[in-house]
Design a protein around this ligand. Structure first.
Ligand code: G4P
Length: 535
């Protein structure tokens, strides 16, 4: 049993793709499925889903209207002798908290860059989220079939802007219309690709050793070889330790559209990305992968499908073997949960899952009371470190428009709070009547409003507030802060006490006036005062 768990875990790779919208994440995902054999007759199913051909749920309507991806899905596919779990991250910056939760369940991320654009704002933002956890990053420079920037320039940008050491594993031969292959520095090969109509089947490859006359007879290949020698000279070489520490990124060049370099990238996932390690608990003790089953809830999502009005808790298996039908314990409530309804979720198609091993993601249906960060287990209890709360910068007061629907309003708000769609803060004495919704970006409010109205039948009125910064405080500091102008003390449902301020300038003033009051930053806080200083 223990051997089976260790062997199965060694076969798993769990990763995500991060990119700025339009860099090619969807195309690349399709090509991964194509190369794994999951998609046979041409790619396009992911894009078709996005285009609304699949059953659309309520908030997928918002996604479609705006052409953005809000909900995360998990794809699982075989490649070589491994099983790959690809976790999708929301593309829009307003959902970076969601992204963080997903990235907390991955062992690596592929950062896709558009060759013509390099690092874009959302790439940087998502990268920062990865850096918080030192997630290893594999870089894919996409769209090399089109005119783009100089490869050296792109490497410099990665190093300068992200403070990440780039180590090209492949180097392009030609560019735009002359792009015909890559030099693989690890295997010392020149791999030439052939275009296929619409990129609908794998691109045939011709492999020549690096010292073959093929390279000498081609001006482009000879030039690429010179570049590779230069790379060796400046020590741009792969180092596994630095990669696993999130300090160095192996770089691949290619074109998702024409399938050039897709195989190399998947090989990198198998060969370079670590298999699921033992997860450490709240006391920093590792739980060995072959200990009894445990899992980590990283995302709770309701209503992915109109035909199944239910809630799914996505959890990553941390240890042991999961078997459908098993009775597991939900850590925070100590409640026993039978797992008759468990799915691995692929796009919006659900597939019943019978067993899972560390690194796999399972969707537990009807997971009432589950929150991101929760632990589930059998036999040996475990508790994970809580998910950090992101610093919200947008605050709105929510009220039920129709007082007759207050009950629906209240249960809807509780549900959104549990899922982490928005953070719900309560002013003592006002409580559930008019909670404050706090968000990293305003699109979160749209999702909350839409869901309250459509799912809970509770029309809601959202009114702006003047707050823009939040800080954490404690019971002792409350009397010092109470009643101050432009300051509101609120409670979060987890019992923490937050202080809201109108501006970063006001935070600075209050901390200078009341130096003994605790005012702790939340995660990813970017508040700056009017002088541009971080407060
Ligand atoms: P995203 O999920 O990161 O937002 O990007 P997506 O894959 O949807 O790709 C954005 C656009 O870039 C698409 O074109 C796609 O075809 C194109 N693209 C992706 N990879 C490559 C590549 O390697 N080379 C080239 N030349 N183009 C690429 P579109 O016109 O917006 O959509 P479509 O009509 O082609 O689907």
């Amino acid at each position: 049993m223990s051997n089976q768990i260790i062997e199965e875990t060694a076969r798993r790779r769990t990763f995500a793709i991060i990119s700025h919208p339009d860099a090619g994440k969807t195309t690349l995902t399709e090509k991964f499925l194509l190369y794994s054999g999951v998609l046979t007759a041409g790619a396009g199913s992911v894009a078709a889903r996005r285009g609304g051909k699949a059953a659309a749920s309520d908030w997928q309507e918002i996604e479609q209207q705006r052409g953005i991806s809000i909900s995360s899905t998990v794809m699982r596919f075989p490649y070589r002798d491994c099983l790959l779990n690809l976790l999708d991250t929301p593309g829009h910056k307003d959902f970076s908290e969601d992204t963080f939760r997903v990235l907390a369940a991955t062992d690596a991320a592929i950062m896709v860059l558009d060759a013509a654009k390099g690092i874009e704002p959302q790439t940087r933002r998502l990268f920062e989220v990865c850096r918080e956890r030192d997630v290893p990053i594999v870089t894919f420079i996409n769209k090399w079939d089109r005119p783009g920037r100089d490869p050296w320039d792109l490497l410099d940008e990665i190093e300068r802007d992200l403070i990440l050491e780039p180590a090209p594993i492949t180097w392009p031969v030609g560019e735009s219309t002359t792009f015909d292959g890559v030099i693989d520095r690890l295997r010392n090969e020149y791999v030439q690709f052939t275009r296929v109509a619409h990129g609908s089947t794998m691109a045939p490859e011709k492999v020549s050793p690096i010292d073959s006359p093929v390279l000498m007879n081609s001006e482009l290949a000879a030039a690429a070889l010179e570049d590779v020698e230069l790379l060796d000279g400046v020590d741009r070489v792969f180092n596994r330790e630095k990669f696993e520490a999130g300090e160095l990124s192996p770089v691949f060049f290619g074109s998702a559209l024409t399938n050039f370099g897709v195989g190399h990238l998947l090989d990198a996932v198998v060969d370079l990305v670590p298999s699921p390690p033992a997860r450490t608990d709240i006391n920093d003790d590792p739980r060995p992968i072959d200990s009894p089953f445990s899992g980590h809830v990283f995302k709770v999502q309701a209503n992915t499908d109109k035909n199944h009005r239910d809630r799914i808790a996505f959890l990553r298996v941390a240890s042991g073997r999961f078997e459908r039908g098993m009775t597991i314990t939900h850590g925070p409530s100590k409640r026993s949960v039978t797992t008759k309804y468990v799915h691995s979720v692929q796009g919006s198609d659900r597939e019943t899952l019978d067993e899972a091993f560390p690194g796999d993601v399972i969707g537990l249906i009807n997971a009432n009371g589950f929150r991101p960060g929760d632990a589930v287990y059998v036999d040996e209890p475990v508790q994970w470190r809580p998910m950090p709360a992101f610093a919200p910068t947008h605050f709105m007061i929510a009220r039920a428009k129709d007082t007759g629907k207050f009950k629906q309003f209240r249960s809807g708000v509780a549900q959104l709070d549990e899922e982490g769609v928005v953070q719900v803060l309560r002013i003592p004495g006002v409580g559930d009547q008019a909670p404050i919704f706090a968000a990293v970006g305003p699109l979160q409010f749209e999702v909350a409003k839409h869901r309250l109205e459509n799912e809970f039948n509770a029309p809601v009125e959202l009114s702006p507030t003047s707050y823009s910064v939040a800080r954490l405080t404690d019971d002792e500091s409350v009397p010092l802060l109470r009643g101050l102008r432009g300051v509101e003390i609120v409670e979060r449902s987890d019992g923490s006490i937050w202080v809201l301020f109108e501006s970063a300038f006001r935070v600075r003033q209050v901390s200078e006036d009341k130096p003994e009051a605790t005012l702790e930053r939340l995660m990813a806080d970017e508040a700056v005062d009017s002088f541009g200083r971080r407060v």
